[in-house]
Ligand binder design. Sequence first.
Ligand SMILES: [Zn+2]
Length: 378
Amino acid sequence: MDEERISMPLHPSGGKLQMPVETEADVLALFEKALSLALTAGPLTGERYRRDIEDHFYYIGALCPQYVRPLHEAMVQLTGKQFHFFCFSFAEYLYLLQGASDFCVDHLMQRLQLPHQGSTSYFLESMLAAIGTPTALAAMAEYAERNQKESVFREMGFWLPGGGKSAVPRFTHHRRAMRFQAVDETLSAGEQETRSHPVGLPLSFIAEEPVPDLIAWHYVTLDLAQIDGLPATLFSRAHLVSPPSNGEWTLFCAISQQNRYTQATLRDAKDTDFEDEAYWRQQADTWKTAMRGEVVLLPYDDRLIYCNGHTQQTEGVYGDVGGPPLGLAELPNCPVCHKLMFHACTVTSGIREYGDGFRSLFLCEDCNYVASQAMGWN
Ligand SMILES: [Zn+2]
């Protein structure tokens, strides 16, 4: 029964360093080790150590972010090689620097006034965005307006209303891993639909008939009440779907209070030509009753595997509900009110094989719109 717990949940991807992170003292020791490695390791081993340190902090952000709190002020003041050892992704900073003090906000704002080389500004901006306090959200808006940096924060999932108003996060910090499990082949679609997060429903279950031509494939339906931190909506479920395409696209669907899509509009299917479309329609038809299952939501605890900034080495895990969007494609604005849509989930296409890359779901709580979006791997 405890088998899952015997395997170490933290798998550092550089393969050079594994340190305990059970207590606040452990995390301080790790931080000090990282600062020393940043100054002493050669370039090749240094990069492997750096990745290991990053994975340790990814794990700490998920399980025990409170142990990093005493290090916030030191982290935002790092410079030179030590700063570059702590250049993490925005999604990693988000769970480490959340709620950092106004001193940290002021210090980052002062540093951002200075000219920087390379990607340094971007990492300072990511740290500022990760803090998320009212002071930080106001500072982000001020900085973005002064420097025309709206798009940087937008890619991280923040809406900037303009006119001096604070940045608004359009994602929830509450994240859970999405694990696929197959359902019994004899289960009827009607019974499958009663599961919380079904995978592979008939399209007539998710859209009003006649089903809009642009909806060709169903990945997963989410019961929104089970995702903490989403805005209140008139609809209670949303469906991640695909048009007959393997390009980069965003499919906007109006949704009824009965949770059925009523119309669909496609944007950015640049690479789709008619031949591709015919092929993907045929694939959808051939496999329409295959790969049925459901998603179970797992907490970010020590039963997941943490490696390379994600948990997808955990068996059956394909992505997350909640957390920030990946930012690999232009995030969708609501087609009605034009506000940045709220991120609900991101998974890989492997959750129900169709196309290739990441798939995300966004919603607008005011206009009853849902967007499914496809991105390539990077
Ligand atoms: Zn809207």
